[in-house]
Ligand binder design. Structure first.
Ligand code: ADP
Ligand code: MG
Length: 351
């Protein structure tokens, strides 16, 4: 056969590129919720309220009482790579905010209709403006507003038919959204959170800013969890300085569950670390006669240069410098804590 003519290479249209990229950042409704809540936290909010309709596909609304957005910034707010948090690459070493790449809001405008209402301190009124494909659809309109920012994301994936269909036919994202808000709530104890379905009277997550993490865990996960937790703390350092510190709660031998709940924050970022989770599951399986899976809340602080935050926005799995050493240390304190809670209860005294 005659060799085939090579196909011609063409540049993709910008709107196609943007939509594909946006679909990677915002993979499902819960990814949008996480980004919006992190923005509210970055804005130093003390109260964050989430309303969801149709698993997030019809509506996601996040309202906060943070510092708001300047009127002058509204025109570029939803452009890609516009941020108030990062200016040089080196800032990544020390950055404390959860966002920094200026991609989340932009991405949402390429796969949904986004409306922002915001007011800054000392202003008599706020502004409301809608965005599509990165740009304002009209000039900001003056409107009544109390404090902070409200972002409404409507008709998510309206222009990604296949994505929308698969999401609609599988379990809806609402339970994932409740789960992520619950996690934020028990870590950020000085912030009140709520999450409810649109039109519902009762919130499915409701936390009140308090000084006691156990109180928040009780109100979010219930007394069957909070009554069976033990405090766990440890730290480790080498001659050069601190490697890490950890504090948290782990379930005692009285706690019964079929599935592990592991709520992990590293340097105040909600992340996942499968190696650490497995290591702790092994401790429970080896120590407890009845194979109950644990509930774990853990907050780990590391020198910022020991964690790489510059990963893809959706890659929540982290690996750390000195990971083995950190995991071993946590495993051993968890084991001795669990043993001491268990021996007194389950085993008859050895003579
Ligand atoms: P990033 O968080 O990476 O900076 P985003 O696209 O999530 O990027 O947000 C862009 C910018 O919009 C932020 O840097 C911040 O200045 C502003 N912003 C977004 N959400 C809020 C909010 N809830 N309150 C105040 N400012 C916000
Ligand atoms: Mg952000």
């Amino acid at each position: 056969a005659a060799p085939q003519e090579p196909p011609q290479i063409r540049r993709l249209e910008e709107c196609v590129v943007n939509r594909i990229a946006a679909g990677e950042v915002i993979q499902r409704p819960v990814s949008a919720v996480k980004e919006l809540v992190e923005n509210s936290l970055d804005a130093h909010s003390t109260s964050i309220n989430v309303v969801v309709k149709d698993g997030g596909l019809k509506l996601i609304q996040v309202s906060d009482d943070g510092h708001g957005i300047r009127f002058e910034d509204l025109p570029i707010l939803c452009e890609r790579h516009t941020t108030s948090k990062l200016s040089t690459y080196e800032d990544l070493q020390t950055i404390k905010s959860m966002g920094f790449r200026g991609e989340a809001l932009a991405s949402m405008t390429h796969v949904a209709h986004v409306t922002v209402t915001t007011i800054t301190k000392g202003q008599l009124h706020g502004y409301r403006v809608s965005y599509k494909d990165g740009v304002m659809e009209h000039q900001p309109k003056a409107c009544a507003a109390v404090k902070g920012t409200q972002i409404m994301v409507e008709n998510l994936f309206y222009n990604m038919v296949a994505r929308k269909k698969t999401l609609q036919s599988t379990v809806d994202d609402y339970s994932k959204i409740v789960d992520v808000i619950s996690r934020f709530a028990i870590h950020h104890t000085s912030v009140s959170f709520s999450c409810r379905k649109h039109g519902a009277v009762r919130a499915d997550v409701h936390s009140v800013a308090t000084s006691s993490r156990l109180d928040v865990i009780r109100s979010v996960y219930g007394p069957s969890v909070s009554c069976n937790l033990m405090k766990l703390e440890t730290s480790d350092s080498d001659p050069v300085g601190s490697i890490f510190s950890m504090d948290g709660f782990i379930s005692s031998s009285n706690y019964m569950a079929k599935k592990t709940t592991m709520v992990l924050f590293i340097n105040d970022r909600l992340v996942e670390c499968t190696a650490l989770k497995r290591a702790l599951e092994i401790v429970y399986a080896a120590t407890l006669p009845k194979a109950s899976k644990p509930f774990i809340y853990m907050s780990i602080q590391l020198p910022p240069e020991h964690v790489d935050v510059n990963v893809h926005p959706t890659k929540r799995e982290v690996s750390l410098l000195n990971q083995e050493r950190i995991i071993e240390k946590i495993q051993s304190v968890a084991e001795s804590k669990l043993r001491s809670s268990n021996t007194s209860r389950v085993f008859p005294e050895q003579t």
